[in-house]
Design a protein around this ligand. Structure first.
Ligand SMILES: N[C@@H](CCC(=O)N[C@@H](CS)C(=O)NCC(=O)O)C(=O)O
Length: 203
């Protein structure tokens, strides 16, 4: 089976997919995408022009990252990064939604600085997004998720949290670290247990 991933090296959502694929034993051919390039085939593969997109052998696209993780888990026979059902599945999906939301809010702050001229930037908008990140991190600091996932490796929620913290390290110089010692320890534990985390670090 040959699956193609459209992504970019620093994309935290793309990193989720790369880690999940390694844990599920699924090989992906990665073709880098430029979300700002109207000529990139990405916009025909995903009308939203967002990465990651997974292309099946026949070219049929799958997005967004939570759906791709469902697909990869199914490719591996199920129950590898997502519990098959029950309360635990809802918990994992909710953690994934929270960590995806942290990444969305972090990305929007980066885009505000990247896409808008300085005079047009909104401090209020940036504060609203920063608040989402801060509240998400505070909730997770108070109760870091258990390690070990579904199959002893890592589940979709843990993968999302690791990628969110990795993105905050990459784009916000690790400013979250001093106030979140439990999450620092959590991320160290994740990196030690899941070599795919370091293997997918953006250059
Ligand atoms: N909900 C999506 C979010 C994907 C996303 O925001 N990707 C960013 C890059 S990490 C992107 O494509 N940004 C370009 C844009 O929003 O136009 C997912 O989980 O895959």
């Amino acid at each position: 089976m040959s699956l193609q991933l459209r992504s970019s090296p620093p994309s935290p959502f793309g990193r989720k997919v790369k880690i999940a694929a390694i844990l599920c034993g699924v090989h992906l051919d990665i073709v880098w995408a430029d979300t700002t390039d109207p000529q990139d085939a990405l916009r025909t593969q995903n009308p939203l022009g967002k990465i990651p997109v997974l292309l099946r052998e026949d070219g049929a696209p799958i997005y967004d990252s939570p759906v791709i993780l469902e697909y990869l888990d199914a490719c591996a026979g199920g129950g590898v990064i997502l519990p098959a059902g029950g309360e635990r599945r809802i918990e994992v999906l909710t953690l994934q939604a929270l960590t995806d939301g942290i990444m969305d809010a972090a990305l929007l702050q980066v885009y505000e600085a990247r896409m808008r001229p300085e005079a047009e930037r909104s401090d209020r908008w940036l504060d609203i997004q920063a608040g989402k990140v801060a509240r998400g991190l505070a909730a997770l600091e108070a109760a870091p998720p258990p390690h070990g996932g579904v199959s002893g490796a890592a589940d979709a929620g843990e993968i999302g949290l690791a990628c969110a913290l990795g993105y905050l390290d990459l784009r916000f110089s690790g400013a979250w670290r001093p106030d979140h010692p439990a999450l620092v320890a959590w991320l160290d534990g994740f990196a030690a247990r899941v070599p795919a985390f370091e293997a997918t670090r953006a250059p």
